[in-house]
Design a protein around this ligand. Structure first.
Ligand code: ATP
Ligand code: MG
Ligand code: MG
Length: 530
């Protein structure tokens, strides 16, 4: 690890999983392969891992692949890679689809026990009966009839089968609507990305999770607490089937201001080409925030610091970026860039006759970051913003020395050029203006600096809001700049600081004739322009 003051982020919560024993805890992270992992999933994944490891237990990564309409191999592969990127290692990777035979047998068992029935009530009507607490007319079908429909019609996806679903016979009048005979199996003729066309019926989430959790020996099932109403249903299914009961442990979902965390909505942005892909730096996906300059350490520190809070929180991004800054600041090498727009040439009248190079530390407080080349020349460039100077004024050129301005050429308010004399015996502690400069030699490198805004203009979208009504009109801001020669050597993913400008992550490294593209890493201070 490279120097600086290394912060060790210990979890600020000491929480016990009820009934947990050292060496015996088994948790699982169950993503559906229907999109890329986002920062909310990261919370679930990291918490599951945290508990598994704290108790010396096991973590299972389980692909919850029970809906072929939404799932793809592409998503599955990306989830594996992103978990690796997050440093979340499962002891085992499993698939809900590994248990299709088992779940089928258990569904048949439920029918035989009189605990499930086939229902062809049209969806609308079923929803209405649920709302008011009416029984379905099919609720008292005989075991034989139910078996015939489930094992012959539904299983084969026949016309009759497609009209039916299988429902658990719990309590159609229950106060908790989740107990009003939930659907546990439904037909789907779409081929499944792992089991192909073998199955035409698929278990629902409500049936699959309690069965597979029990089967896999999960001891603690971590779920976001929007499922709390469904906990009794989960327990009912395990009990009805005589399965092991599993402890449910809820935690709060994370939400971020001006951010969508629904895979369906994120897919909409991709489909509408509002962003090129799921790894877009404006997306809250693991890939998106990584491209934006979030480090794994920053992300993990953030999640552990949040802890297992049960509140559904709407977090501000500045929190997480401020934590990330603590990680990158001690190790990000420092370079120089000036904005190309109205850049101001400075001539040092008594400067070096020829440009020369010197080795300097990349980070003044952390020598382990290494050294870079700095070119000194009589022809320099400075930012227009720094060029508001008057003749006779003494200022400091950072990491070089003082200069005295001798001539300022302006057109209107715009400074066109400056002449100055080096005054190296001057005291830099006595100047108020300390500015960055860049040697104007052929070694300098064109760069493009890109900053982004949130995709959404409203801090917190309500249930009744249509997110399409709150799209930020402009979310990408490109600025041309000129940087020092060291930028040629940077690789994709490198995080640096341009002195007095901020932190940047290299998205596209420099190649001859093409500018390097760097994304601004938010530092927790920037605010939306909208
Ligand atoms: P989405 O709404 O984005 O499709 P999901 O909950 O349907 O999310 P899953 O792939 O089923 O996505 O989620 C895997 C795990 O991640 C689940 O345990 C889920 O509860 C958890 N999870 C998803 N979103 C969040 C969030 N915003 N905060 C915390 N945990 C989350
Ligand atoms: Mg889900
Ligand atoms: Mg969801």
């Amino acid at each position: 690890k490279t120097g600086g003051k290394k912060e060790t982020h210990k979890a600020n919560f000491e929480i016990d999983l009820p009934g947990a024993e050292q060496g015996k805890v088994v948790t699982r992270f169950p993503p559906e392969p229907s999109g890329y992992l986002h920062i909310g999933h990261a919370k679930a994944a990291i918490l599951n891992e945290y508990f598994a490891h704290n108790y010396n237990g096991k973590l299972i990564i389980r692909f919850d692949d029970t809906n072929p309409t939404k799932e793809k191999v592409e998503f599955q592969d990306s989830i594996i890679e992103d978990l690796k990127l997050l440093g979340v290692k499962g002891d085992k990777v499993t698939y809900s689809s590994d248990y299709f035979d088992l779940m089928y047998d258990l569904a048949v068992k439920m029918i035989k026990n009189g605990d499930a029935y086939c229902d062809d009530t049209p969806q609308e009507k079923m929803r209405e009966e649920r709302m008011v607490g009416d029984a379905s007319v099919r609720r008292n079908r005989s075991v034989e009839e139910n078996l015939k429909i489930f094992t012959e019609e539904m299983k084969n996806g026949t016309e009759e089968g497609l009209k039916n679903c299988l429902r658990a016979k719990i309590d159609y009048t229950a106060l908790n609507k989740a107990l009003r005979d939930p659907v546990i199996y439904r037909c789907n003729l779409t081929p499944h990305h792992r089991t192909g066309t073998k199955w035409k019926i698929y278990p629902t989430y409500d049936f699959c999770v309690p069965v597979v959790d029990a089967e896999e020996g999960i001891t603690h099932s971590l779920r976001t607490n929007e499922y709390r109403d469904r906990n009794p249903q989960y327990q009912w299914i395990q009990k009805a089937l005589g399965l092991r009961s599993v402890e449910i442990w809820d935690f709060g979902r994370v939400n971020f201001v001006r951010t969508l965390l629904s895979k369906r909505k994120l897919q909409w942005f991709v489909d509408k080409k509002l962003v090129p892909n799921w790894d877009d730096p404006r997306f809250p996906t693991i890939r998106g925030v990584s491209r934006r300059g979030m480090t794994v350490e920053g992300l993990r520190n953030f999640i552990i610091a949040q802890g297992p809070s049960k509140n559904i929180i709407n977090l501000d991004w500045s929190l997480i970026w401020a934590l990330n800054k603590k990680v990158i600041d001690p190790i990000a090498p420092r370079f120089v860039a000036v904005l190309a727009d109205n850049v101001v040439p400075v001539k040092l009248l008594n400067g070096p006759a020829e440009p020369y190079k010197e080795e300097k530390p990349k980070h003044k407080k952390n020598p382990e970051v290494g050294v870079k080349n700095v070119i000194y020349s009589s022809n320099l460039l400075i930012d227009q913003e720094d060029a508001d100077l008057v003749e006779g004024e003494e200022i400091t050129f950072m990491d070089w020395g003082n200069v005295i301005i001798s001539k300022v050429v302006k057109e209107g308010d715009v400074v066109k050029s400056i002449e100055a004399n080096l005054h190296l015996e001057g005291d830099f502690r006595k100047t108020t203006k300390k500015i960055t400069w860049l040697a104007d030699t052929k070694d300098k490198v064109d760069v493009e600096l890109v900053d982004f805004d949130h995709l959404i203009t409203k801090d917190k979208l309500e249930e009744e809001d249509n997110f399409e009504d709150f799209l930020t009109p402009e979310t990408e801001f490109r600025t041309k700049a000129i940087a020092d020669l060291n930028i040629r050597d940077l690789k994709e993913g490198d995080i640096i600081q341009f002195e007095r400008k901020g932190y940047y992550r290299v998205d596209v490294p420099y190649s001859e004739g093409k500018p390097a593209i760097l994304f601004t890493v938010p530092d927790g201070k920037t605010v939306s322009k909208y």
